[in-house]
Design a protein around this ligand. Sequence first.
Ligand code: BG6
Ligand code: MG
Length: 192
Amino acid sequence: MTSKAFIFDLDGVIVDTAKYHYLAWRKIATQLGIDFTPENNELLKGVSRVRSLDIILELGKINASLEDKTKWLIQKNTDYLSYLVDMDESEILPGVLPILQFLKDKKQCIALGSASKNARPILEKTGLMAYFDVIVDGNDVTHAKPNPEVFLMASKILNIKPEHAIVFEDSVAGIQAANIGGMTSIGIGNES
Ligand code: BG6
Ligand code: MG
């Protein structure tokens, strides 16, 4: 059988961290007088931290200095990390552990392909680190999803062709990235 690579997004696929990203961004938005709704939050899924702030500022039609943007990015991440302090394996989304264990038992290649710069501490806190043969995250890439760089890098390190890679994603940007990269994409989450 041809070897396959199974590449998992993190936020919204392995752990339900989207709610924490939302709470942290909403604080910044409220500070700026922007009504940031759960619907608006959908626009940020799979998107890098820097691009997320730009989207919020576009929603509020706000032009900000680089200095202010840097300050808000730090504030957002500090607040986000405060929600992760007590994170443990109870925050792993249903079905994730059995799938990872099944793939491990079948000796398949497993990778993480995440936009987050906080991916490694989250995998450590949830005890999932050992399942992953390769971790590619927001610290490794220069182009954010929908650019396929994060997934292509993971499959390259695993020495698996993109057409033999299967990507699990909850965001539109992530599904687009997998498709542009010539991979099979599996959408996770509720139909809406
Ligand atoms: C993605 C999330 O996985 O990571 C986005 O879906 C988030 O919402 C992005 O903005 C970057 O995450 P972090 O942890 O580096 O701010
Ligand atoms: Mg996601």
